[in-house]
Design a protein around this ligand. Structure first.
Ligand code: HXC
Length: 300
């Protein structure tokens, strides 16, 4: 699908994306590149990184892949430094790396809980912490315009924790903590360093590891019936939100977490058809005006 944004809205920017070699992370890498950014992608699997980089470079996007695990501080440090060494600076960090599996709370080991917290939450903090010195506002007068304002951190979370989600206690906890970090860093680093920190909370997005792990087809097709827009999102939807937030169009947006889920988090399964509600609603009013015996109208 064609982007509605001009192809140079991220011109001259350098972005580092954790989990940037696959799924939503890769789509953001691609769209950032198509809008003028150079991209460094970080991931654990070399073959995935190699494939992603060759696709990006075939599109004319300056791209490198750097192997690393966000759970290791030394990897985070090395990947950030290698990005800056290769491209000369860092403007945008996207924390998209995540781990997930469906498991009932009672069957989840403490180490299983910790593993997801380490990847999603601690990984996001570690990467942000390592990237800070490069994302800070460059106050030297000779600097280029792209580095004259502070950088951007974009955290990918979820909407699971807005209410509660079956068999996702570890991920809900991890993503809730990420949203909290987004707001706290937006406050601290926005004030001190002119760095914007925002989040995107994707809903169910087709053709992703999250969908195949959490909503296999037989359940996913049923779920669509109570989605406000009756359809899954696309990776493109998330990437367009990321381009918007990373571009100058988002220059006054700081500490926001944008749900991109078609309104699903607001929704609950519909138990009654709309037509049935119309009928029932009128007849209930009539009944209540008649005030059944033993039940005063003031208590209705
Ligand atoms: C119960 C499990 C489990 C499962 C692992 N564990 N899988 N417990 N059910 N299916 C437990 C293990 O038993 C172990 O605990 C601990 O977790 C660590 O497991 P490892 O396999 O050693 O971990 P590791 O190799 O590091 O792999 C991490 C992973 C894996 C998270 C388990 O799935 C992974 O790397 N995933 C990355 C890709 C991914 O999941 N992408 C999906 C993102 S989707 P014990 O106690 O036995 O030692 C997404 C969407 C979120 O983020 C929002 C949705 C709306």
């Amino acid at each position: 699908m064609e982007s509605p944004f001009k192809s140079d809205v991220l011109k001259g920017k350098v972005a580092l994306l954790t989990g940037g070699g696959s799924g939503i992370g890769f789509e953001i890498s691609t769209q950032f590149g198509k809008h003028g950014a150079s991209v460094a992608i970080m991931g654990r699997r070399k073959n995935v990184l190699d494939g992603a980089v060759s696709t990006l470079t075939s599109l004319g996007i300056p791209a490198i892949g750097i192997q690393g695990d966000v759970r290791k501080v030394e990897d985070a440090k090395r990947v950030v430094e290698e990005t800056v060494r290769h491209f000369g600076k860092l403007d945008i960090l996207v924390n998209a790396a995540a781990g997930n599996f469906l498991v009932a709370a009672e069957d989840l080991s403490p180490n299983g809980f910790k593993t997801v917290m380490d990847i999603d939450t601690v990984g996001t903090f570690t990467m942000s912490h390592e990237a800070l010195k490069y994302l800070k506002k460059d106050t030297s007068s000779s600097s280029s315009s792209s580095s004259s304002s502070g950088g951007l951190i974009l955290n990918i979370s979820a909407t699971l924790h807005y209410t509660a989600a079956w068999y996702q206690i570890h991920v809900s906890a991890a993503k809730a903590a990420i949203d909290a970090m987004t707001r706290n860093l937006a406050l601290e680093w926005g004030t001190d360093y002119d760095i914007r920190v925002n989040g995107i909370a994707p809903g169910p997005i087709g053709d992703t590891a999250g969908m195949s792990k959490l909503l296999p087809d037989e359940i996913g097709n049923k779920t669509r019936e109570y989605m406000p827009l009756y359809k899954l999102g696309e990776k493109w939807d998330i990437a367009m939100a990321a381009v918007y937030l990373a571009s100058d169009a988002g220059k006054y947006i700081n500490g926001s977490i944008l749900p991109v889920d078609g309104g699903l988090w607001l929704s609950h399964p519909r138990h009654l058809a709309k037509e049935a509600v119309k009928k029932i609603s009128r007849s209930v009013e009539k009944r209540s005006r008649a005030a059944p015996a033993g039940l005063p109208t003031s208590k209705l």
